[in-house]
Design a binder for this molecule. Structure first.
Ligand code: HEC
Ligand code: HEC
Length: 235
């Protein structure tokens, strides 16, 4: 009789400690958590849309509200199935990536923000394959068309210096200081005429379209001369 209470207590303690250990996340890490933090979405043909999903978990002891979901490029949509989450509750974020104009390895991120301004980020990689040119009925459109123009065309408007133009419409592909990122390093190029031609007419037009207005791009001849001058000044 007198050993029942201590053994009940002992049993209770065991239960408590095992539930604590079974908890895959710690409540000390308050805020939203995205799972997985990094995923490879595999291979997809250029121009196709890729669908994926993420879990967002309320890893706190209070109600949480998802106030914002941002994907790095406008070519990626990220929509949460629900925005209010009870403590420990999770929901799905559906992701759609438009691979138009992409090639090779691409990295995208999704950032969620809660009502307290706390953010969580998840990364996704994908490999975009060239479509078969003999078997492609896909209508071609470039970064200058439709909704893409908001970020890939409009920011160049009225920019005068090479540095400003670069920061508006080149940096997203060629990286900070033109040192290369998704697209090649531009700092080693030193032929002004060749640079002018490549920027005006494009390189492989699907990946690097011609930026001159006459070729459907956003830039005037004068702007491209300013860009070339700035690029030549880099080492
Ligand atoms: C809201 C602004 C925005 C819109 C709209 C937008 N982009 Fe982008 N794009 C970016 C940014 C910023 C990057 C740099 C990479 C990143 O942050 O994901 C980028 C990068 C790219 C790249 C380089 C490869 C890559 O994904 O990193 C391609 C190709 C591209 N965009 C194509 C498009 C196309 C095609 C559209 C229209 C269907 C489009 N973008 C619409 C902002 C935008
Ligand atoms: C949507 C992404 C994207 C944007 C924006 C972009 N480029 Fe490119 N660029 C590329 C890609 C990809 C290549 C490589 C093409 C290939 O070799 O098939 C390239 C190639 C080049 C090259 C030739 C590099 C070499 O070594 O042959 C130059 C020069 C260049 N870009 C300049 C620019 C400038 C200047 C801007 C801004 C006006 C710009 N690019 C904007 C994607 C982009």
């Amino acid at each position: 009789m007198n050993c029942i209470i201590p053994s009940l207590l002992f049993g209770l303690m065991m239960m408590l400690s095992s539930t604590l250990q079974a908890e895959p996340f710690s409540l000390a890490n308050e805020g939203l958590v995205l799972e997985p933090a990094m995923q490879d979405l595999g291979k997809v043909k250029e121009g196709e849309h890729l669908f994926a999903s993420l879990l967002v978990r309320n890893n706190s002891t209070r109600m949480a509200q998802i106030v914002d979901v941002q994907a790095s490029c406008g070519c990626t949509k990220a929509v949460p199935a629900q925005r209010i989450l009870a403590p420990g509750e999770f929901t799905t974020i559906n992701i759609e990536v438009d691979t138009t104009g992409k090639t090779g390895k691409v990295k995208k991120n999704v950032v969620v923000t809660d009502q307290a301004g706390r953010q969580a980020t998840a990364w996704m990689t994908l490999t975009v394959l060239e479509p078969d040119p003999h078997n492609s009925t896909m209508p071609r459109h470039t970064i200058f068309d439709g909704e893409c123009a908001r970020c890939h065309v409009a920011p160049a408007q009225g920019k005068v210096t090479g540095k400003a133009i670069y920061g508006a419409v080149c940096v997203m592909c060629h990286g900070n200081h033109a040192q290369g990122d998704y697209a090649p390093d531009l700092t080693k190029l030193d032929d002004a005429d060749a640079l002018f031609a490549m920027i005006s007419e494009g390189v492989d037009p699907r990946h690097m379209p011609g930026f001159l207005k006459e070729n459907g791009g956003p830039l005037t001849e004068k702007q491209i001369h300013a860009l070339v001058k700035w690029l030549l000044s880099l080492d």
